[in-house]
Design a protein around this ligand. Structure first.
Ligand code: GLC
Length: 537
């Protein structure tokens, strides 16, 4: 019997709206496009959809710079279109999660504009982190912190004061110690909950509060260097947990009204699994992405360590685990696991398929990023002049640019725009699609039973029907294996094994697998392959 909290083992599909499907012919995806794609997602077998930010925004960080938290940017549609999308999702039984961005807003947000206009010492400035500079004439920033995307975390205004932004200068950080900020965000939550949404993905959920004195850091460039929230003065402050308690209470209030459980999933990047567990205490977030799996190299010991820590430190507290291999900020698995360019050895693709079966066999919930179900590789050869990611423009680091995983999806046909847009032949997609995207089009994937798409669909179907998978009994038991192979059981008789090496090995159970990520003769587990069996153990 599956446990009844749907979110404990939900599989959610991340839609990066501007790259999913374009209904207006301008080369940018939109909400009507998402609505048109819902039947496709239903067929794939996911439980719900997380929509990347579509709010009014100058798009300096593709919508993670929000100018109005209660509307839709005309680029993506309007509130009426959003309501139609909600209604269709409800009819299809798909849940809808919105992406909420509480750490910072856009420099175009009316409250930030008012703060600039009102000047030093004003009530308007108290909603943000404004401060005098140091050194002669205050020409040095108030502290030595660097922003995540490079450069100082402070920008000077015309009147000489500085304001804090942990990302780009167009993303000023809110001051969560000002009582109007928590109150405002609670209203924003209610605005969307009243429109029927099933929950929120919370951007930078270990952020919000900074050390109250904003002291200098011993390693000011650590965030920019690691592109991770590691500055202990800027992230993971204890007060943030009160916010998640409050937001959970708001969700519970809505559940008490209509019986529908809402879901809060945090983008939580903290140093240890134990600290992570604090975010998913029973009265805080329902889920928090556990990024260590995404960060692990293709190596059996590395994967085992990450999974064991999650089981011990997070699942051990009774909370659910939330797995993810891809998202809009990271190099896609096919490329990360070894395939620098399409037409390579196929190793990266084989490993990405195996990783997918592994992830879907683990206890807890899982998130799939659009295009992952097609086996899309990272587009590594975008020319510099089309790159839009502020990471590239602020750090000059091509290696870490995020555009390569955000290229618009291919749906059909042999040439760009591959059915992505209703625009006439020759319309430009906001990032150019490479010719080889033809091989990955959904139309082709649906027709080919050996495709990534069928592997994901079959895995999701089995996961929904087998009581051992998903939450199951919450346990995972490792089996003894040869080095380079991981095998574990879930509940009564479900075995998942992954061969991280390239040479075949003996399967941990005889017989034909229920599902395998590649050709898998009975009794054998080929290299770079994962499989599931039902066995009497
Ligand atoms: C999160 C988002 C990322 C964005 C950043 C700032 O990490 O996933 O895309 O740039 O927050 O909002």
């Amino acid at each position: 019997m599956k446990r009844h909290h749907w979110w404990r083992d939900a599989v959610i599909y991340q839609v990066y709206v501007r790259s999913f499907l374009d209904s207006t012919g301008d080369g940018v995806g939109d909400l009507a496009g998402v609505r048109a794609g819902l039947p496709y997602l239903k067929k794939l077998g996911v439980d719900g959809v997380w929509l990347s930010p579509f709010y009014p925004s100058p798009q300096h960080d593709h919508g993670y710079d929000v100018a109005n938290y209660r509307d839709v940017d005309p680029l993506f549609g309007d509130l009426a279109e959003f309501d139609l999308l909600m209604a269709d999702a409800r009819r299809l039984g798909l849940r809808i999660l919105l992406d909420i961005v509480p750490n910072h807003c856009s420099s175009e947000h009316p409250w930030f504009r008012a703060a600039l206009a009102a000047g030093p010492g004003s009530e308007e400035r108290a909603r943000f982190h404004f401060a005098e500079g140091r050194g002669p004439d205050g020409a040095e920033p108030p502290n030595n912190w660097h922003a995540m995307f490079g450069g100082p975390a402070w920008t000077r205004t015309d009147d000489g004061q500085w304001y804090l932004h942990m990302f780009t200068p167009e993303q000023p950080d809110w001051n969560w110690r000002h009582p109007e900020i928590p109150a405002e965000f609670e209203e924003v939550l209610r605005f969307w909950l009243d429109r029927g949404v099933d929950g929120f993905r919370i951007d930078v959920a270990a952020g919000l509060f900074k050390h109250p004195e904003l002291p200098d850091s011993d390693d000011p460039e650590a965030d920019a260097r690691t592109r991770d929230s590691v500055n202990p003065l800027a992230w993971n402050q204890p007060e943030v947990h009160d916010v998640w308690r409050r937001w959970r209470a708001v969700c519970e209030e809505y559940t008490a009204r209509d019986g529908r459980e809402r879901l809060l999933v945090g983008e939580v990047s903290v140093p240890t699994a134990r600290e992570h567990a604090a975010y998913v205490r029973p009265d805080e977030l329902h889920q928090a992405f556990f990024f260590d799996l995404l960060g692990a190299p293709w190596d059996a010991d590395a994967f085992r360590k990450v999974i064991s820590e999650a089981m011990r430190d997070i699942a051990g507290t009774g909370s659910t685990l939330t797995w993810v291999l891809n998202n809009h900020d990271q190099v896609r698995t096919v490329t990360r696991y070894g395939e620098p360019a399409p037409g390579g050895s196929g190793l990266g693709a084989a490993r990405a398929r195996a990783a997918a079966l592994l992830m879907l066999a683990l206890p807890g919930a899982a998130y799939i990023y659009q295009g992952e179900e097609l086996g899309l590789p990272e587009v590594v050869d975008l020319p510099d002049d089309v790159l839009t990611d502020p990471v590239f423009h602020r750090t000059g680091s091509r290696a870490r640019v995020r555009d390569g995983c955000r290229v618009p999806l291919p749906w059909s046909g042999q040439a760009s725009p591959f059915g992505f847009t209703t625009g006439v032949e020759g319309v430009r997609t906001w990032l150019p699609q490479p010719d080889y995207f033809a091989e990955y089009a959904t139309e082709r994937a649906l027709a080919d039973t050996r495709s990534f798409w069928h592997l994901y669909r079959d895995g999701l179907q089995l996961r929904a029907s087998l009581p051992q998978l998903g939450d199951g009994d919450g346990t995972l038991r490792w089996l003894d294996t040869e080095p380079g192979v991981l095998a574990f059981t879930r509940g009564d008789g479900l075995v998942c094994a992954v061969n991280f090496g390239t040479a075949p090995t003996t399967a941990p159970v005889p017989g034909t697998p229920l599902l395998a990520s590649g050709p898998c003769p009975a009794g054998e587990l080929p290299g770079s392959t994962a499989a599931w069996w039902l066995a009497d153990l």
